[in-house]
Design a protein around this ligand. Structure first.
Ligand SMILES: [Zn+2]
Ligand SMILES: [Zn+2]
Length: 258
């Protein structure tokens, strides 16, 4: 019985952290979008009904992710399943990098799978109802969609040696970058300047617009390797980064010019 309480407590704790990160990131990124309206990637606006739908569904979907992440921690911590975590600094850093690379591959291939004809309508279509994503759209997925894309967090300890804290830090990085990636403005900056492997906001924004391209989540290399990167990806990333820089620069100069 005590084991069940530990499991439920872990899931509740993870859910609280994920929801707090979701709300805080959405509010901060919305604030960052203010003042640079002219640099918005898509001219089309998302209806308030759709935004409310995405916000509601995200809070539900985060519970599904918390259940998987929490269950993974419980089987590792309580039942002792999985590889022993590295203890030194080098091992910890290596495990964090391995997790980023492994999850990106997991996400890329399962994302391609749920875009196939038999799976798409029942699994992934919900997320694509929003063509012009907003911060709140990040976790607006059906629960079955999470079983494909987010089950990594349930089994990660069985795949390679990684500490729970490293896995949680990675999940929070994924949560924050996912929200920025759905924000509708190019916040990537010079870190994402092609051929940098880091995905820019434009990468996932194009996925929502063109649908059959840009499937990865952290890095562009799988899309480049498999030929699924949008043909205009690099050019549009550069132009959107420049546009954000120009509009931001104009916005900071304006008050002193008066
Ligand atoms: Zn998709
Ligand atoms: Zn999306």
């Amino acid at each position: 019985m005590e084991q069940v309480f530990i499991l439920l407590g872990t899931i509740a704790g993870v859910y609280a952290v994920l929801v707090a990160t979701y709300l805080a990131s959405c509010l901060v990124v919305t604030r960052l979008n203010r003042g640079i309206e002219a640099a918005k990637i898509q001219a089309r606006a998302t209806t308030p009904v759709l935004v409310r739908r995405d916000r509601r569904q995200s809070l539900l979907s985060l519970a599904g992710i918390a259940a998987m992440f929490g269950a993974g921690q419980w089987t590792y911590g309580t039942l002792g399943w999985g590889f022993a975590a590295p203890t030194g600094i080098i091992g910890t850093v290596a495990s964090a990098l391995a997790s980023l690379v492994l999850f990106d591959a997991w996400f890329y291939w399962f994302h391609r799978l749920i875009h196939t004809r038999p799976l798409y309508p029942r699994v992934h279509q919900w997320h694509h109802m929003t063509v012009t994503p907003v911060v709140w759209s990040n976790n607006s997925d059906r629960l079955v969609d999470n079983l494909f894309l987010q089950s990594y967090w349930l089994v990660a300890h069985l795949l390679f040696p990684v500490a729970p804290a490293v896995l949680l830090a990675h999940k929070l990085y994924d949560q924050v970058t996912g929200i920025i990636g759905h924000s509708g403005w190019e916040h990537g900056g010079r870190w994402c300047w092609p051929p940098s492997p880091l995905v820019a906001v434009t990468h996932h924004d194009q996925h929502h617009r063109y649908f059959r391209c840009n499937y990865a989540t952290h890095f562009t290399w799988w899309d480049r390797l498999m030929g699924t990167l949008h043909p205009e990806h690099d050019a549009e990333v550069k132009s959107n980064i420049r546009r954000t820089e120009t509009v931001r620069c104009d916005a900071t100069l304006r008050p002193t010019e008066r």
